[in-house]
Design a protein around this ligand. Structure first.
Ligand SMILES: Cc1cc2nc3c(=O)[nH]c(=O)nc-3n(C[C@H](O)[C@H](O)[C@H](O)COP(=O)(O)OP(=O)(O)OC[C@H]3O[C@@H](n4cnc5c(N)ncnc54)[C@H](O)[C@@H]3O)c2cc1C
Length: 269
């Protein structure tokens, strides 16, 4: 099986800061790591490879400092990691991101199955998986909580739509966007920590970095990045509940405020 995993390098959400003035995530404030949902996609890819044999390619669009996240993917079992990195990709909305990823997939050739996370922990739109599949003209299903069965030409999955579960059969090639936790056949899957030997092997592995020019034979480069994005963020602001005031309180003042609330509510005396 030729398996492709979409991996978004996302900031460590325990460390990342928000630029309150500009209303954007300060992406330089934390290192990039594999989006937690995508860790499950890697694990499912490994299970499929274990059953059918094959090759796992990962594809990411991110700035150059995402490279350690891709090495982590290799340590966890990805056979080849490709990073799309170029200033001309910057500022892409989800449409332009998906167009770029789909173009790179077309350049790479054909895949039996494409796996991705249901959503990212930073952008959180859940757009990219379905959009990539639409660009490629292949079937797709999101919010997948279980791979019931997979064979060489089809996959049967369970998808959680909140109020109902759907059992969906898709002809391969197809794209599956995974929730977490996820069950592969009857096994509950948790991302496993890579072994030290795999981490060391991954340190020496080659990461293929592709620029916009390298996709020029399969894509319209004017559709990349901010210029190719049909949407614009025109304003970012905190949602305030009516009648409530939001204030950022730091240090000792913040600690004292928490203590006084805990005292007032009787949690501590
Ligand atoms: C107008 C506009 C401008 C923007 N400008 C910037 C900017 O300058 N810099 C910036 O960092 N972001 C920018 N963004 C955000 C950027 O568009 C999203 O981060 C990106 O499209 C992915 O969307 P998401 O995080 O919601 O992914 P989701 O759709 O929630 O992710 C679902 C899954 O898709 C896959 N996936 C998602 N993104 C990638 C990726 N890049 N590579 C590989 N797989 C992926 C992963 O498997 C992931 O689990 C901008 C957005 C808009 C609307």
């Amino acid at each position: 099986m030729n398996i492709l995993v979409l991996i978004k390098p996302t900031p460590d959400i325990t460390k990342v800061r928000f630029d309150v003035e500009k209303g954007v995530v300060d992406r330089g404030s934390a290192s990039l790591e594999i989006n937690p949902f995508d860790l499950y996609a890697i694990e499912v890819a490994k299970r499929i490879k274990r059953v059918f044999g094959g090759f796992i390619t990962s594809l990411s669009m991110a700035p150059p400092h995402a490279e350690p996240a891709l090495r982590d993917a290799i340590a966890r079992g990805v056979d080849r990691a490709i990073l799309l990195s170029d200033r001309r990709f910057a500022g892409a909305d989800t449409w332009a991101t998906s167009y770029t990823l789909a173009s790179a997939i077309r350049k790479l050739g054909s895949f039996n199955i494409i796996l991705c996370g249901e959503k990212s922990v930073d952008g959180d739109t859940a757009h990219v998986g379905p959009e990539v599949a639409e660009f490629l003209g292949i079937p797709h299903v999101s919010f997948v909580t279980r791979i019931i069965d997979v064979s060489v030409d089809k996959v049967i999955v369970e998808s959680d739509f909140g109020e109902a579960y759907y059992e969906v059969e898709l002809k391969l090639p197809a794209l599956i966007a995974l929730s977490r936790p996820v069950i592969f056949r009857d096994e509950f899957i948790e991302p496993s920590m890579p072994k030290v030997s795999d981490v060391l092997r991954a340190k020496k592995a080659k990461i293929d970095v592709w620029s916009a020019d390298q996709l020029a034979d399969v894509a319209d480069v004017s559709k990349f990045g901010l210029n190719g994005s049909p949407t614009r963020v025109v304003r970012a602001y905190y949602a305030l509940e009516k009648g409530r005031e939001t204030r950022v309180v730091k240090g000792e003042e913040g600690v004292n405020m928490i203590l006084s609330v805990l005292r007032e509510t009787g949690v501590i005396s």
